[in-house]
Design a protein around this ligand. Structure first.
Ligand code: TRP
Length: 446
């Protein structure tokens, strides 16, 4: 298999594509609810620290491998390993990544489907005049209805695979250009509204004044897993995008911009959501429904609330769309690498992801009490173990490969920084990122 010639058309397009992969449910849905479940500020501090110390350097490592290999993840790893005389078995890391995104996409598609339902409800004005209790009850009734969940899950997955089948670079570029600026604008507006609510002060204190006494190794592991998840790192999915990265673009600078935007979106969403939580006397540890219950309440109080809410869910949907396209890409690339045509590869991925996703659909009704493993039902299991164990494990192996195994001159070239910058990056990966990931994983799992 030869090098791919496909490239993102501009440097900006590459940054937007990676931002599109990073910003999604992880920032707006998952970040608030797991921060709520894990006690607030102390968790937030850890998450930001992990983004800086692990997420960023490993993200550079991952994209760099793709850029140096210019092939699908499995083939890039195999090719670079061979060039430095290391074992070709490194290529199985690409398959492990594909298995990880397989699990993640299955629940991601189901939850993204919730935004479709809410978008339609918002456009219909269903939330107008509804009380917090009404909205909560409506959401519970929706989750208990597998037919509606299945419909939305199927629709969302079909939307994703349509773009993937067409080839990622072109369709995605156009989508991203419009979407990202609008999403930020709306979140700033929402956070501005939050500042006028009575819960705002409590929310800020709860988010930003840490109490480290409540930390356990498990909470630390949740924070690390979330840092990988939100940056889309650890599953070779960004490696696939790195293969299309143009020459002459500084990787650290591009990645730094993405991380800042990613954290900013999460913080804005968190401020907005927790202001509502504390204004309405809701429970921050409410779980996966947190965003879906709080935001309709918040918007209901704004002038033209129904309109804003519709726009918000539309943007959320587009943001999850660009993320799920990134989630699907490594699987399709892997199958293509095995000789399948792109259309067929996409169809195979679609059937498999849809089927696994059905377990998540039923996890809110008939399978709710079915404890598969570790006391978790299927949805809890796939939305916890792959992000919090598989991604860090994948990230660890990616880091080891990038900093110890692959040829140094290829790494240096693909990172595109000066000699000092290269040594700094490699030092951080070797002596901070790798040991820290290992320690947190071992402590969290034992
Ligand atoms: N980062 C995305 C989010 O926050 C999810 C995501 C997209 C992802 N691509 C990924 C997670 C690859 C892990 C690996 O919603």
């Amino acid at each position: 298999m030869h090098e791919t010639l496909e490239r993102w058309s501009t440097r900006r397009a590459f940054i937007l594509a990676v931002t599109g992969a990073a910003v999604g449910l992880g920032n707006i849905w998952r970040f608030p609810y797991i921060t709520g479940e894990n006690g607030g500020a102390a968790f937030l501090v850890l998450y930001v620290a992990f983004v800086l110390l692990l997420g960023l350097p490993v993200m550079m490592a991952e994209i760099m491998i793709g850029r140096a290999g210019r092939r699908s993840p499995m083939q890039s790893l195999g090719h670079l390993a061979a060039r430095s005389g290391a074992s070709r078995h490194w290529r199985w890391l690409g398959l492990f990544g594909a298995a990880t995104v397989f699990c993640i996409l299955s629940f991601y598609s189901v939850v993204s489907g919730w935004s479709i339902e809410f978008l339609v409800a918002a456009i219909n004005g269903d939330f107008r005049g509804a009380s917090a209790a009404d909205i909560g009850a409506g959401f519970d009734a929706f989750l208990a209805d597998p037919a509606r969940l299945t419909f939305n899950h199927s629709l969302f997955l079909a939307m994703t695979l349509l773009v993937v089948a067409a080839g990622v670079a072109k369709g995605l570029e156009r989508l991203n250009n419009l979407l990202m600026p609008l999403l930020y604008l709306l979140l700033v507006l929402l956070a501005g509204y939050a500042a006028t609510t009575e819960g705002f002060g409590v929310a800020l204190g709860w988010l930003f004044l840490p109490d480290f006494s409540a930390l356990t190794p498990l909470v630390v592991m949740h924070a690390m897993g979330h840092a990988f998840f939100t940056l889309a790192v650890g599953a070779c999915a960004l490696m696939a995008y790195g293969a299309y990265m143009p020459d002459h673009q500084s990787l650290p600078r591009a990645v730094g911009a993405v991380a800042v935007l990613d954290v900013a979106v999460a913080l804005l969403a968190g401020i907005a959501i927790f202001s509502v939580v504390f204004s309405q006397g809701l429970d921050p540890g409410e779980g996966p429904g947190l965003m879906f219950v709080t935001l309709p309440i918040a918007f209901a109080e704004l002038p033209w609330g129904a309109l804003w809410l519709s726009v918000f869910f539309l943007l959320l949907l587009l943001a999850t769309w660009t993320s799920s396209i990134n989630l699907a890409e490594p699987m399709v690339a892997t199958l293509q690498g095995w000789g399948l045509r792109r259309g067929l590869a996409t169809a195979v991925v679609g059937v498999a992801v849809w089927s696994l996703g059905m377990l998540s659909v039923f996890s809110f009704s008939s399978l709710a009490e079915t404890r598969v493993l570790f006391g978790m039902n299927p949805f809890e299991l796939v939305s916890t173990i792959p992000p919090e164990v598989f991604l860090p494990l994948g990230g660890l192996l990616i880091a080891i490969f990038a900093a110890w195994v692959m040829p140094e001159e290829a790494a240096r070239y693909a990172l595109d920084v000066g000699p000092g910058g290269f040594r700094l990056w490699r030092g951080v990966v070797r002596w901070v990122a790798i040991p820290l990931t290992l320690v947190v994983l071992v402590a969290g799992l034992s």
